[in-house]
Design a protein. Structure first.
Ligand code: FPP
Ligand code: ZN
Length: 473
């Protein structure tokens, strides 16, 4: 039995819940060492049921999240390698286009106010199901109005409110930046000051909180902006992805905003649960592991690596020698779990396979909870992040740039940076049989590379060199 999380002599609701969770998770481990099977078909049935029959009544409270329900379903299909037939694609497109607001952006349902989060979920759904041409969705997006609406949400500190008269939140900024990159509406005016705002949301722990706020010293506005609230995996993913998206436009001078990547790394690695928690991720300090953080935190490591933070130890970097497998690791199947990853990829896959899958199909936070569309999507995306290594390739960036037609500048940078992300050949590790393999997703957008390329090539009016699949060594 693995070691329980240490507690002191003062039990609280939190420590009791932690102990209960550890017991429940341990009970999930099949005694024969099996159970590492991804039940793709059961998850497919779960997703199809929602799509074909409509969501059950318990989703009523999510009436303003209709684009999210659509995105989670479509993206889970894509990651599970399930093709959507043309009729269902058209149904999806027609439904999504009813959410577009006449003044720009998309709302959470027909006639609802436009919101940054609903706009992200709608546009990403269109990246998956849509196409160019009449009725295809892509050319019916009103990008001019969308851009004006985005500019109307902009605040003097570089942040954005999530809707007219709404609040500021890094989730909204991430959603805005993703859509602006996919639809070719990034301009220097749009992103002015945004990187500095993002950097100001990093907390003393190293992760990011939802926002930051102005601070006054002797009634004078100070340059220092305290972060607002607690570091959380969801906000951290959004802030980090925003930072990586904005990085190509940040001038490299002494006044440039900075993120403390060492502190961030320390916080991120501490979010992975211990062996007794089956290596799942939690969203904040002293809270419980939950399947959705497989993506929000597990997926953040690829972003951190893109900033040059590597898991290769100094000693190994100095020579080409591969260190011998340590005793007690899983080197016998060709995968030492003490590899150069920044997190334990094997353990995360095991959490998802053992605890994340609901026996009746769909994935969940943790047992004994029910499956839902959100956890299904993010457990599967997290599984993908644990299986594959997707990183920016300088060689591929150069190839994309070489065929760029037009001027250098923000557009060229946005296009070539976003499409430089490439799945590293021979670096995938799948726990269980090869049938457990899921598609790689783009670490910035959580769309497959194919869907990202398709929609970006259309809006930037560019062609992308054909990716030749490399054989594993
Ligand atoms: C706390 O929930 C959750 C939050 C404070 C926000 C979570 C944010 C995300 C998951 C990111 C969403 C991203 C986009 C793009 C919209 P809780 O208290 O129920 O959970 P916890 O105990 O695990 O913190
Ligand atoms: Zn969750």
């Amino acid at each position: 039995m693995p070691r329980p999380t240490p507690i002191d002599a003062y039990p609280t609701k939190t420590s009791d819940l932690q102990i209960d969770t550890e017991d429940i998770l341990q009970e999930q481990i099949p005694p024969d060492g099996g159970g590492r099977v991804l039940h793709k078909n059961a998850h497919l049935q779960f997703l199809v049921r929602n799509l074909a029959q409509g969501f059950p009544a318990r989703y009523m409270s999510q009436d303003a999240s209709q684009p999210w329900l659509m995105f989670w379903t479509l993206q889970a299909f894509s990651t599970l390698q399930i093709a959507i037939d043309p009729d269902n694609k058209q149904r999806a497109i027609d439904t999504i286009m009813h959410w577009q607001h006449p003044d720009g952006g998309f709302g959470g349902g027909p006639g609802q106010a436009a919101h940054l989060l609903a706009t992200y979920a709608s546009v990403c759904s269109l990246a998956i199901a849509g196409r160019p041409g009449p009725e295809g969705g892509w050319d019916q997006i009103n990008r001019k109005k969308l851009y004006s609406w985005y500019m109307s949400l902009k605040q003097p500190d570089g942040s954005f409110i999530v809707s007219n008269c709404g609040e500021v939140d890094v989730r909204g900024i991430y959603c805005l930046l993703v859509v602006a990159h996919l639809l070719d509406i990034v301009t220097p005016e749009l992103i002015d000051g945004t990187a500095a705002f993002i950097a100001s949301c990093q907390t003393y722990e190293g992760g990011f909180s939802s926002a930051s706020h102005p601070h006054f010293v002797d009634n004078v506005l100070s340059a220092c902006r305290p972060s607002l609230g607690e570091a959380h995996g969801g906000y951290t993913f959004c802030a980090l992805a925003s930072w990586v998206l904005l990085r190509p436009y940040i001038p490299l001078d002494d006044d440039a905003p900075r993120v403390d990547t060492r502190r961030l790394l320390r916080w991120l690695v501490h979010m992975q649960g211990s062996e007794i928690e089956l290596g799942g991720f939690k969203g904040r300090t002293n809270k419980l592991v939950d399947g959705c953080y497989s993506w929000w935190v597990g997926g953040a490591f690829a972003l951190l690596e893109a900033l040059g933070v590597s898991g290769v130890p100094e000693s190994a970097r100095a020579s080409d020698e591969t260190p011998p497998p340590r005793p007690g690791t899983h080197a016998e199947d060709g995968w030492d779990d003490v590899d150069d990853s920044l997190f334990n990829r094997r353990a995360l896959q095991e959490y998802i396979l053992i605890a994340g899958q609901h026996p009746a199909g769909g994935l969940r936070d943790k047992p004994p909870k029910n499956a839902d569309a959100y956890h299904t999507a993010y457990c599967i995306s997290g599984l993908s992040a644990a299986q594959h290594r997707v990183c920016p390739s300088p060689a591929w960036r150069a190839e994309v740039r070489a065929v760029w037609k037009g001027e250098d500048g923000v557009r060229a940078a946005a296009f070539s940076e976003a499409l430089s992300w490439t799945e590293e050949a021979g670096a995938s590790h799948v726990v269980g049989s090869a049938a457990n393999r899921v598609n790689a997703t783009h670490p910035l957008f959580n769309l497959t590379i194919t869907h990202t390329e398709g929609i970006m090539a259309h809006f930037y009016k560019q062609s992308v060199p054909k990716r030749v699949p490399k054989r594993s060594p």
